[in-house]
Design a protein around this ligand. Sequence first.
Ligand code: AMP
Length: 307
Amino acid sequence: MRIVLLGAPGSGKGTQAQRLVARFGVPQISTGDLLRSAVARGTPLGLKATAAMDAGALVSDEIVIAIIRERLGQMDVAGGYILDGFPRNLAQARSLASMLAAIGQPLDAVVLFNVDYGEITRRISGRRTCPNCGTIYNVHDAATPGITHCTSCAAGPALTQRPDDNEQTVTRRLAVYDEQTRPLIEHYRAQGLLRSVDAEGPVDEVTARLIAVLAPATAASRSAPMRKAKAKTKAKPKAKRKPKPKPKPKTKAKAKAKAKARGKARPKAKQRAKARLAPARKATRTSVRKTARKKARKGSRKSPRRG
Ligand code: AMP
């Protein structure tokens, strides 16, 4: 299952991606998380990305595409993935399409999260994240009102707020979404990949809607490997098995031992030689007798007649 979650910042893509990970066992690939991790580790890439992220602008395509290319080359994505926050403009979408075409693994679906912008601002201001396990909470959520510590991992650390989750940056991020990301809706609709979910309301309800719109895509991606396997079996008829040649005994000693085991011990050398000569000797004896008889007959004919 290879899907893209598309939607404005704060529309709940991250939260729902975590639910899909638990349900389908495929990894979530969030460019925002990967960039934040690079920033936290102070890598050269992180240093380049910081300014754009703090301003609520997009990080350069070059950086983001390089990150995605590297991530999609890892082993754990073989069974599929959930792309969260990528692509964010047409150039990124085209780049992703050519990466996937090169390995023959196109997207199964793109899901658009529909949320009212007023609701988005409220959600973003209440968003909190566990610095240990990454679970996302919301202090405005009825299930976790005013939550301050993680309840998902054993450490249970204090939750943190993203530096770009402030009202001023949110306004800028929404403007960037409208300008650069929104055109992707038509782009994917034209390709027949777009599905939409109403992403407002309790988290569990949104999850249920999401799973429902993904059902055809997940069924198709589950049966694809089976279809491939069946086609393979049909295309290649099983080769006939050749009978195994009987192993030849390697030495005389071995042959002897084998014959003995079968109850046919080989005759000794002298006996074998006698057996070979026997017919010849018999023939010689017969011919000697014949010659003697002939001589006797001739002799009787040659003797002078008396009288
Ligand atoms: P997110 O966590 O998805 O809201 O992303 C946080 C910030 O990371 C964004 O405001 C951007 O500055 C940056 N970012 C994440 N994904 C992308 C992307 N695909 N292209 C450019 N910038 C991105």
